[in-house]
Design a protein around this ligand. Sequence first.
Ligand SMILES: Nc1ncnc2c1ncn2[C@@H]1O[C@H](COP(=O)(O)OP(=O)(O)OP(=O)(O)O)[C@@H](O)[C@H]1O
Ligand SMILES: [Mg+2]
Length: 322
Amino acid sequence: MITIHPKNKPLPQPTTAETPETPATTPETPKPSKVIAVVNQKGGVGKTTTAINLAASLALEGLPTLLIDCDPQANTTGGLGFGRDDARPSIYDLLMDHHAADKVIVPTDVDNLSLVPGSKNLIGANIELVAQDRREYRLRDALAPVRANYPFILLDCPPALDLLTLNALVAADGLLVPMQAEYFALEGISELMSTLDRVTQSFNSSLALEGVLLTMYDDRTNLSQQVTENLTSFFTDKLLKTSIPRNVRLAEAPSHGKPVALYDSKSRGAEAYRELALELLARNNMESPEVARRRAAAAAAASALKSFTKPEKKHRFWQSSK
Ligand SMILES: Nc1ncnc2c1ncn2[C@@H]1O[C@H](COP(=O)(O)OP(=O)(O)OP(=O)(O)O)[C@@H](O)[C@H]1O
Ligand SMILES: [Mg+2]
């Protein structure tokens, strides 16, 4: 079990006798989208940086993407250029049933990327939710009507296993775990895996590990290589091939209110998150619409060039052979 704040707090048990995966009101539709929770109980490992930049990269590949700020710190919201505004509908209103999802979702400066903003009110939600019906299913139920609109929904979680994170895990299909390649990173792994097991057994049987992502990675150090070897033998193919290098542009971008793809699209950080988006698509047997569009455009240009150059070549050959 993951316990960070406070330590050793037991996982809440299901509040109803209903089948855990049955949303209260909305009938289950064939899975139209993938909900991925970016989770690690450890603080400062790159969850928010990954949530923002992976979501933006998927959106820029042409896939409508929804990013949800589940953390009371609201760093995802600030990192996308939204100032503090206590009157703005937020994830808090979604969880407390004040507003439906379509009233809370806002567009961002990135094409195809929408946001459910965070709010400092979330600090109180952990306590307020305890008395609510289906307290672990609030986010899952709230997202059901809009899931079909987004091939990917990403949830940025706080560094704690509280009711907010549990709501994210119950709403999710996949867990993406950012991790730094350092000695202590390995310590939390078994706790994380047993939390996944418990959530799968009690609340959400379709939750699975999507992947483990190395962040702030420096492949020049022996320690990084050693930790990577250990993680590879532990996670096998769940350790993502893409790793995110330490890159100052990634740290600077949020203060400009932009994902790195808009702040400095040529930086190593931007390239790594684009590569991560493509790896995620490939793992889910999906193709990037942008890649497909570029391939079709290149094929059209090549065939136009071919039909344009062929007659000219023949003509020259005929002239020179005379
Ligand atoms: N690849 C990177 N290169 C350089 N700096 C990075 C990178 N990834 C994250 N950072 C920086 O490290 C710090 C922590 O990152 P981030 O906020 O994404 O972690 P987090 O896991 O969301 O933290 P918290 O647990 O507090 O929510 C931030 O200052 C961020 O800008
Ligand atoms: Mg964060």
